[in-house]
Design a binder for this molecule. Structure first.
Ligand code: ZN
Length: 125
């Protein structure tokens, strides 16, 4: 499996945004670079037209910028379940999916998955 590195600032943004949106879901677009079997996530973007806590199912993927720098989407699970749902996998976008689950306290509440729902180990730097 490819190696994934996530900037500390990105983890912090994901956790903070999830806390603000709770008990609704939050969604952030992941920006970065991919090459040589490695992925670096170094920025997040608030999705265009996404209102605070809008349900993931209502998110218009067609509104995403079609830039090569989009690595995937991060969203929160207010339920506390730290795994993708069938719905999440059916709507997988990009290269990786990040899920953060309640209580969003630290990186231990953050996991990275591929399009099949397999957990991918990641480093924070
Ligand atoms: Zn989900």
């Amino acid at each position: 499996m490819r190696s994934v590195t996530i900037r500390r600032s990105v983890i912090d943004s994901i956790l903070t945004y999830a806390k603000m949106a709770h008990p609704k879901e939050s969604i952030l677009i992941l920006q970065g670079k991919a090459g040589g079997g490695k992925i670096l996530i170094d920025n997040v973007i608030i999705p265009p037209l996404a209102t605070h806590g809008q349900a993931f199912s209502g998110f218009p993927l067609s509104m995403l910028p079609s830039a090569l720098s989009i690595m995937g989407v991060a969203h929160s699970h207010p339920s506390g379940v730290l795994a993708p749902s069938i719905h999440d996998l059916n709507h997988f976008y990009g290269r990786i999916m990040i899920i953060t689950a309640y209580p969003y306290d630290s990186e231990y509440n953050v996991r990275v998955f591929d399009g099949k729902g397999n957990m991918i180990r990641y480093e924070i730097s």
